[in-house]
Design a protein around this ligand. Sequence first.
Ligand code: UDX
Length: 432
Amino acid sequence: MKLCMIGTGYVGLVSGVCFSDLGNEVICVDNNIGKINLLKKGIIPIYEPGLSELVIKNYKNKKLTFSTDLKKSVKESDIIFICVGTPTKKGGGSADLRQIYNVSKEISSSINKFKIIITKSTVPVTTGDEIEKILSKKNDKKKFSVVSNPEFLREGEAIRDFTYPDRVVVGTNDKKSGKILKSLYSPLISKGALYLQTSRRAAELIKYASNAFLATKITFINEIANLCEKTGINVEDISIGMGLDKRIGSRFLRAGPAYGGSCFPKDTKAIVSTGDKFKINLSVIKSVIKSNENRTKILLDRINLILNKKIRNKKITFLGVTFKANTDDMRDSSSLKMIPHLSKKGALIKYFDPTGYKKEFSKLKNVTNKTTIKEAVAGSDLVIIHTEWNDFKSINFKNLVQGKKFIIFDMRNIYSSTKIKEQGFKYYSVGK
Ligand code: UDX
């Protein structure tokens, strides 16, 4: 089977590389020439543990190729995965599907034999129907099958999530393509992944419903954390106690900053917008979005209280500024709201991130990047642990800085409060 991945973002690049590693011939296509040239040299545009090694290995053994020629690549392939972005439309909440439809039109003029066209991008329910309409204008319906096969991988864990998924969801009513896809995924199924075949529309909705549900779980525990803070309870006990109920499960019950990233904020808005389109009020998800937006304000208020309402000229350090650990992705990171707010209030901010300097803060007053944890925390009044990188998990703050003791606000509940206090630091965490 020859595969073509259109779009070399997270989903397209990771799945393309992993499919090639499973022995398939894969062409990764992108209209960004610069990106394709870098990939050909083994330079990966995103930070993702293990990805670079797999790209180099499979490019060298010729299982993986890169191209900017979409039409030629489609003609040479049997299965085409559409992996382009579906960002939030400007000025609204719905998904902007222009890239999906543009790509579909290009594919449409390159169908020279039977092809399976798959949406791996997160697309609103009924998008597959629209793609089918576009393709039918130029092609006999027997020449292609449009399938939905959402990807559930997480940034930072992408290769493991692709290789050992909980489930593979394939949405198609067409027996032939169902069979082909089951065989494509058989190496993962034989390692324990469950294979679920549904209607195309159901597969499209499973992806949104899953992301909205996970976002709801996080938001739920964040609100419970607020209650814990007022009642002297440790939210981690609540997460464990709830999680032991198999109907609930313990994952995604870690309280912390507002959820961010390239998916949850965008997908929660998009599913609400789909609901509105079909005149269905998805009120739970609407309140999740609102609560998550308010989360940053709650944490900023807490910072204000920790600093006795005196932010001006306070030296504040951020350890980690991306939306979570093990990624260089800044999209919808809560630091994008916190740092500008604190800088505006007159704080002097230093930050250290294992993935380096961030252009997002370049225009802000009094915000500087430091290249070591030590430099970043030196002379600080308040150190905020914003992401849970391993680099931040076993810092001996006492040995790191001599003299002045700063306050630590651990937004990811990494440390034991007793141990930090024993070192002589004031320590605050979330939901305790
Ligand atoms: C998410 C989905 O998990 C994945 O299935 C989908 O394909 C893409 O979107 P990702 O955005 O990479 O993946 O990150 P994820 O690990 O899910 O974290 C999302 C946000 O939730 C982050 O801001 C993270 O810090 C936060 N989070 C996650 C919590 O605050 N608490 C948790 O318990 C889990």
